[in-house]
Design a protein around this ligand. Sequence first.
Ligand code: HEM
Length: 109
Amino acid sequence: MTPLSYFLQRGTAMLMVPLIITHLAVIIMAVQGGLSAEEILSRTRGSMLWAGFYGVFVLAASIHAGIGMQTILHEWTPLGRQASANIGHTLIAILWLLGARAIYAVVWA
Ligand code: HEM
């Protein structure tokens, strides 16, 4: 693990703690009146606040999971450092794109 990967892995882990607490709190509040797509969309549609919140969350989770998987692949499979890094980077891109698409769907679509 390079110093940059180490910094990003720990940094994103710390960043996600308040994001996950907020996310759970919103889930608990949202299900009070019964959970429906309408209820979720009425909160997220056109909201730059939620777009920003989930934008940061998705980026942090993508980077964190990609770097974590890179470490696991390197330690548990015969893949070398470079191959593990390539898969990790690809995973970061895939997770980020999927997350960005989901945010687009609930805020703009
Ligand atoms: C607030 C939430 C989270 C915290 C505080 C957290 C914390 C950490 C820490 C400190 C490590 C480093 C372990 C090490 O290198 O010794 C780690 C590794 C890892 N995390 Fe997270 N994490 C969180 C969320 C997530 C999420 C949402 C995912 C998946 C989407 C994830 C996937 C991983 C993976 C795959 C590793 C690599 C495990 C390893 O190196 O053996 N984590 N996490």
